[in-house]
Design a protein around this ligand. Structure first.
Ligand code: GLA
Length: 339
């Protein structure tokens, strides 16, 4: 084990490609400058004692506790990561975050990865993402995809990341000049526990039993589904995967208008076909689109509340859009001690 005791993990905004990672689709997220820092003042013993500046309730728990029973609930992620990495030495410290919690910007995955690096792991990139992804499932019981953890461990400074969730490969995609990206909170927080996230995933599995992998499905395959509800769910997934390819091409070509159009289509698809938007998210998207210079907006992440992502020309006054103007961050990292 190495002795690192401070680590930072960025959050992520998904530019496009939501609810496609768990069927092996492609998505285009970007790690952001907002993130979570875990600092350990002391190591050793068999307890984990952490306080958080974002969530009430300090964590004080045996390192071998069952993650599913830990209170406060954010501590479940901490315990699950340490169990996954077979780390047996406890520690005392603090968690600070500039991310809004439970807002679709991957605050849980950032916590998991920062904990892993602060307590000491030699895993990096995909291996670290896979370990933290297993921990997320143990902590929450929600069958999320790999998108969040992989973005956070494998991000590229100054670029978005095209993530292929079938072979888990990633490729940096440069941000076009003149583009501003904002996250704006719709005012409604969300938790995936108890949400329809798991049932959407189950619906995809049912569809795949009928027509084979959604990643390879065509619109003809979708038309062959007897159930209208299933046809709509499948239409979102298949069209969203196609939009990720088109959006990436538009980014490469610096075609901001095409990007905005695809973002708008993505939101409509998530709202109408996949039904993971909410009144507050839709209102935030409509509000953002009315700002002159905004080229498109959509919910980002799982939906059900939290943030939207807004694409705009860079000369628009950030205050007109609100929220956070986002920069592309590098991957999670240990912070060397100050000399
Ligand atoms: C959450 C999950 C991800 C992904 C998104 C939706 O962020 O953790 O795996 O499914 O929702 O794209």
């Amino acid at each position: 084990m190495n002795g690192a005791d401070t680590a930072f993990a960025p959050g992520r905004v998904n530019l496009i490609g939501d609810h496609v990672d768990y069927v092996g689709g492609r998505a285009l997220p970007m790690a952001i400058q907002l993130g979570t820092t875990v600092t350990l003042a002391g190591r050793g013993g068999t307890r984990i004692r952490l306080s958080s500046d974002a969530v009430p309730g300090a964590l004080d728990v045996a390192i071998d506790a069952d993650p599913a029973t830990v209170d406060p609930p954010w501590g479940r992620h901490v315990v699950a990561v340490l169990r996954e990495l077979a780390i047996s030495a406890g520690g005392t410290g603090t968690v600070t975050t500039s991310l809004p919690v439970g807002a679709g910007l991957s605050s849980s995955a950032a916590l998991e990865v920062a904990v892993a690096l602060a307590f000491g792991t030699d895993l990096t990139g995909l291996d670290l993402a896979l370990a933290c992804h297993r921990a997320e499932a143990a902590a929450t019981g929600v069958p999320t995809g790999i998108l969040d953890q992989l973005t956070i461990t494998s991000a590229c400074d100054g670029a978005a990341l095209l993530v292929d969730c079938r072979d888990l490969s990633t490729r940096a995609v440069r941000l076009p000049d003149g583009l501003a990206i904002h996250a704006v909170h719709c005012g409604e927080s969300r938790s995936l526990t108890g949400s329809a996230y798991a049932s959407r995933r189950t619906a995809c599995e049912d569809i795949e039993r009928e027509i084979g992998p959604l990643r390879d499905a065509t619109m003809d395959d979708i038309a062959s589904l007897a159930d209208r509800g299933r046809r709509r769910r499948a239409r979102h997934v298949v069209s969203e995967i196609a939009r990720v390819g088109d959006f990436t091409d538009a980014m490469d070509a610096g075609d901001l208008d095409a990007m905005g159009h695809l973002a708008d289509e993505s939101h409509r698809s998530l709202r109408d076909d996949y039904e993971v938007s909410s009144v507050a998210l839709d209102a935030a998207v409509e509000r953002a689109r009315r700002v002159p210079g905004v080229i498109g907006a959509r919910l980002t992440g799982a939906g059900f509340g939290g943030c939207i992502v807004v694409f705009a020309h860079r000369d628009v006054d950030p205050a007109e859009i609100g929220g956070w103007r986002l920069d592309a961050s590098g991957p999670a990292r240990r912070i060397p001690p100050a000399r």
